[in-house]
Design a protein around this ligand. Structure first.
Ligand code: BMA
Length: 335
């Protein structure tokens, strides 16, 4: 018997095409790969080096529960990782007291004007998480600028070029308004101002209610800055971390052009659902493939491992065209 046309249409519309494809080698890095004793490795920043190889700056949690950063390098970005034999960047609470309880969740931006990588990371201070910044040319020697956004703030990344003469930082302060995404500007990477809320967590039953944050650094496309962000759903059995998409104007990244309503990626695989913290996918970095369209998204899985998913920028933009709206922008600008 053939199905009535209407019925088959509604059945079809309940399916969804996965936009991010998990790599079959997942998880690509775990504590077992580490050359020294650790508890777990997750939430890595990512970049391509000058020779085309991939560098991950991994959040490594030691067996005291405190995190440091450690670099892993691979020619193909999937396997054959060369991991630094000791921590690459350790918390330095003597000079930077805000790092007393560790440093976490780095995002890497290569800045052509400076010919350096800018790493923004969470420093875990007595007052809670803050945003710190360091510059490096080689991921061996770092110039630390210290805290650039005081607690409670995290999930930050620098845009790779100035906007109207100013550096722009996306970050996630937690204020009495909730945990939303903001942008701030600076003439010198040290002094920050013109703070503005750019994307608001939704409320109620939404997947991204109450708490959202930037995931990898924004991806510059001809249509705008493509932003993958995480949303946190509080459930009786814990938090669920999933990913959504939004697009911001190229020369005015405070302006949201489109935002998708549904999440596009969430914990489904075993290594995402079970770990030190269950049900977490948490990307902090991506690299662009030579075709200029495929992105490799590196994400922390269940606060225990690093995994890889691939996506096409063109498909992400088409999905936003079909599923995005800019209603929420109005709301954010009202606040
Ligand atoms: C967030 C961050 C991430 C972590 C996630 C799940 O608040 O601290 O580093 O992966 O929680 O625990």
């Amino acid at each position: 018997m053939t199905m009535p046309a209407e019925k088959s249409i509604s059945l079809l519309s309940t399916r969804y095409e996965p936009l991010l494809l998990r790599h079959p080698a997942n998880p690509i890095l775990t504590s077992k790969d580490w050359p020294y004793s650790i508890n777990s490795v997750f939430n890595a920043g990512a970049t391509l080096l000058a020779d085309g190889s991939t560098l991950l700056l991994c959040r490594v949690e030691d067996r005291r529960g405190l995190a440091h950063l450690c670099a892993a390098r691979s020619i193909n970005g999937v396997d054959g990782w060369q991991i630094d034999s000791e921590p690459t960047l350790m918390p330095s609470p003597k000079d930077f007291p805000e790092e007393i309880w560790g440093i976490e969740d780095p995002r890497i931006t290569f800045v052509p004007e400076l010919q350096q990588y800018v790493v923004t990371y969470t420093s875990y201070s007595r007052g809670g998480p803050g945003v710190s910044l360091a510059l490096t040319k080689d991921f061996r020697i770092f110039e630390r600028y210290g805290v650039i956004m005081p607690p409670d703030d995290k999930d930050s990344a620098l845009l790779p070029r100035r906007i109207n003469g100013y550096w722009a930082l996306i970050h996630r302060p937690a204020t009495s308004l909730g945990a939303h995404i903001w942008i701030s500007y600076s003439p010198d990477l040290r002094h920050w101002g013109r703070h503005r809320l750019i994307l608001e967590a939704r409320r109620g039953a939404w997947w991204d209610a109450n708490k959202i944050g930037l995931s990898p650094p924004p991806i510059e496309t001809s249509r705008g800055w493509l932003v993958l962000y995480h949303g946190v759903r509080h459930t009786p059995s814990g938090c669920l971390y999933r990913l959504g998409l939004a697009l911001f104007e190229l020369e005015n990244p405070a302006k949201c052009l489109l935002r998708g309503d549904s999440w596009i990626f969430g914990p489904e695989a075993e290594y995402e659902c079970h770990g030190d913290v269950d049900d977490v996918v948490f990307p902090c970095g991506y690299t662009m493939a030579p075709d200029g369209d495929t992105i490799n998204i590196y994400y922390g899985a269940a606060d225990c491992a690093i995994a890889l998913a691939r996506a096409s920028v063109r498909s992400l933009l088409s999905w936003l065209d079909a599923n995005g709206n800019c209603e929420r922008r109005q709301r954010a600008q009202d606040l």
